[in-house]
Design a protein around this ligand. Structure first.
Ligand code: FMN
Length: 316
């Protein structure tokens, strides 16, 4: 005989959350760059079960990305140097967005990047014309070529300028995705808030590298790459905690999440919602499974409303 479900006789927990005026049926979003444009996962994941997804980073013009090898598995993590390969914002609007509009009841967030402030500005202006996008997420982790290669996301003044520019043109809520490659995440979080961000998402990947001792060559053709996956989770939780204490706007947490318990941990640290990235590489159904697990976790722990856990870490 099978055991009765943990919520037998009780209504299921309310998993809904909201940030920046956007309602999600649950806090689970698929992270940018790990879920294609969403449509590619249609046959694998019940997309409408997710809170939503963030599409691959979009640029003003299409980009072919870096040469291979671009991925390398590390203990409990993954290095990637995809190089922001994408079809460009025009092709996204024409080829992907019409299909995405047909998927009911799922929030679609467009991730945007550029090498100059004008790149970001123009890409957002073009996206403003597309129907069916709930918000923009700014990836500020790329080199600011107009200012000699410094990343927008690692210099408070550049961050302030790019967020101010995007806030002025964006006709939708603006999420700013912070880089962890900084000394003070609290300072960057506060800077983004003051420049007009409606919410923050963090963290992006850590700059890292690996070398093959036999060949003495780098494991990744680009030499340096971004580290993601469970290996970065404790640092990500700390950064979400620090950022959430520095700002009043909502924080969306990510970095190594692969279970419902991981989601709860990020929420207790201060996250309103979460994103799942690398876990979808190891199991393409990870996002959907985590939503199911969350419902079970709430039943087992007699949680009626998941959103009540945000910022709920107990200190004493
Ligand atoms: C293969 C790959 C591609 C990524 N591409 C993007 C991207 O285009 N834009 C972006 O903002 N973040 C990108 N990221 C970062 C993820 O969205 C996420 O912030 C990071 O991987 C940490 O979460 P995780 O440990 O759950 O993967 C990418 C990550 C991976 C692994």
């Amino acid at each position: 005989m099978t055991a009765p479900p943990a919520n037998a006789g009780r209504p299921p927990a309310d998993l809904s959350v909201s940030f920046a005026g956007i309602q999600l049926k649950n806090p689970v979003l698929a992270a940018s760059g790990t879920f294609g444009y969403g449509v590619e996962f249609e046959d694998v994941v019940h997309l409408s079960k997710l809170g939503g997804f963030v599409v691959k980073g979009l640029s003003r013009e299409p980009m072919i990305g870096n040469p291979p090898p671009r991925l390398w598995e590390t203990p409990a993590g993954m290095l990637n140097a995809i190089g922001l390969q994408n079809i460009g914002v025009h092709a996204f609007l024409e080829e992907k967005l019409p299909r995405l509009r047909q998927i009911k009841d799922v929030v679609v967030i467009a991730n945007v990047f550029g090498y100059t402030r004008e790149d970001y500005e123009r890409t957002i202006e073009i996206l403003n014309d597309g129907e069916g996008i709930a918000a923009y997420e700014l990836n500020v982790s790329c080199p600011n070529t107009a200012q000699g290669g410094l990343q927008f996301g690692s210099d408070p003044r550049s961050l302030d300028e790019v967020v101010t520019t995007c806030r002025r043109v964006a006709q939708r809520p603006l999420l700013v995705k912070l880089s962890p490659n900084v000394t003070s995440i609290a300072q960057m979080a506060y800077t983004a808030q003051e420049a007009g961000a409606d919410a923050l998402s963090l963290i992006n990947t850590f700059v890292a590298m690996a070398i093959d001792p036999e060949t003495r060559k780098p494991r990744i053709a680009n030499v340096t790459a971004g580290l993601s996956g469970p290996a970065i989770k404790p640092i990500a939780v700390r950064m979400v905690y620090d950022a959430a204490h520095a700002v009043k706007i909502p924080v969306i947490g990510m970095g190594g999440i692969s279970t419902a318990a991981d989601v709860i941990e990020f929420m207790l640290a201060g996250a309103t919602a979460v994103q799942i990235g690398t876990a979808s590489y190891w199991d393409p159904c990870a996002t959907e499974k985590i939503v199911d697990e969350l419902q079970e976790w709430c039943a087992e722990h007699e949680i009626k409303r998941l959103a009540d856990l945000t910022g709920g870490m107990i200190l004493e």
